[in-house]
Design a protein around this ligand. Structure first.
Ligand SMILES: O=P(O)(O)OC[C@H]1O[C@H](OP(=O)(O)OP(=O)(O)O)[C@H](O)[C@@H]1O
Ligand SMILES: Nc1ncnc2[nH]cnc12
Length: 186
C-alpha cells in the first residue's frame, strides 16, 4: 500500500506545524563553529506540541500496513516508540556501536568510522518499515539505516523526520525512498 500525498508537509496542517517549528531552538556554533544546531527538545517541554508532532506522523502511517518503526539513536528515540505504539507496529532501535547486546547487524556510515547496529531477529520477512529521526542533514545516517533494514529483509516504505536541512540535499541521497518531514529549514 502506497503512502498518499507528497513527501513535504505542505498542506498537512499549518497550525500544528507552526507550533512545532516555534518549539525548535537554533543554537549557532553548537557543537562546533559553523553548525547551527536545531534542538528539538523544546517540543517535549510542551505536551500539546509533542502531541501535535506524534499526531502528524500517526495520521500519515496508521492503517498503512506499517509493521516496524525504526528509531535512530539518540533523538530518533524521542519520537519513534510513541509512533510505533500508536500505529500498532514494533519499535526497533538502531544504535551507535557497542550499545546493543546479542547478535547484531551493522552498517558503516560512509563518511566516518561510526556504525549503526541493530539486533538480528528484530526484522521479520515482509516487515514494512518506516525509519524515524529528529533531523535529516546530509542523509548519510538515514541511508545507512535504510541499507541495514533492507539487508535484514524489510521493505523501507519511508523515512520520517521532524526537521530537514534542505540546503544539504540529504533526500537526494535516499534515492527512491521518500522522506517525509514536518519542518523545512536551511
Ligand atoms: O543526515 P546526517 O548528516 O547523517 O545527520 C543527521 C544525524 O545527525 C544527528 O545525530 P548526531 O550525529 O548528532 O547524533 P546524536 O543524535 O546521537 O546526538 C541527527 O540526530 C541525525 O541522526
Ligand atoms: N544542524 C543540526 N542540528 C541538529 N542535528 C544535526 N545533525 C546534523 N546537523 C545537525
Amino acid at each position: 500500500m502506497a503512502i498518499a500525498g507528497d513527501d513535504s508537509n505542505h498542506g498537512v496542517d499549518d497550525a500544528r506545524i507552526a507550533r512545532i517549528a516555534a518549539a525548535i531552538t537554533v543554537f549557532p556554533g553548537f557543537p562546533k563553529p559553523g553548525i547551527s544546531f536545531q534542538d528539538v527538545t523544546g517540543i517535549f517541554h510542551k505536551p500539546e506540541v509533542f502531541r501535535d508532532a506524534i499526531g502528524l506522523f500517526v495520521e500519515r502511517y496508521k492503517g498503512k500496513g506499517i509493521t516496524l518503526v525504526a528509531g535512530i539513536e539518540a533523538r530518533g528515540f524521542f519520537f519513534a516508540p510513541t509512533i510505533a505504539l500508536e500505529v500498532g507496529a514494533k519499535f526497533v532501535p538502531l544504535r551507535k556501536p557497542r550499545k546493543l547486546p546479542g547478535d547484531l547487524k551493522e552498517y558503516s556510515l560512509e563518511y566516518g568510522t561510526d556504525k549503526i547496529e541493530m539486533q538480528i531477529g528484530a526484522v521479520e520477512p515482509n516487515d514494512r518499515a518506516i525509519i524515524v529521526d529528529d533531523l535529516i542533514a546530509t542523509g548519510g545516517t538515514l541511508c545507512a539505516a535504510v541499507k541495514l533494514l533492507e539487508r535484514a529483509g524489510a521493505e523501507v516504505v519511508e523515512c520520517s523526520c521532524v526537521v530537514e536541512l534542505q540546503e544539504l540535499k540529504g533526500r537526494e541521497k535516499l534515492g527512491k525512498i521518500p522522506v517525509f518531514v514536518l519542518v523545512e529549514t536551511n
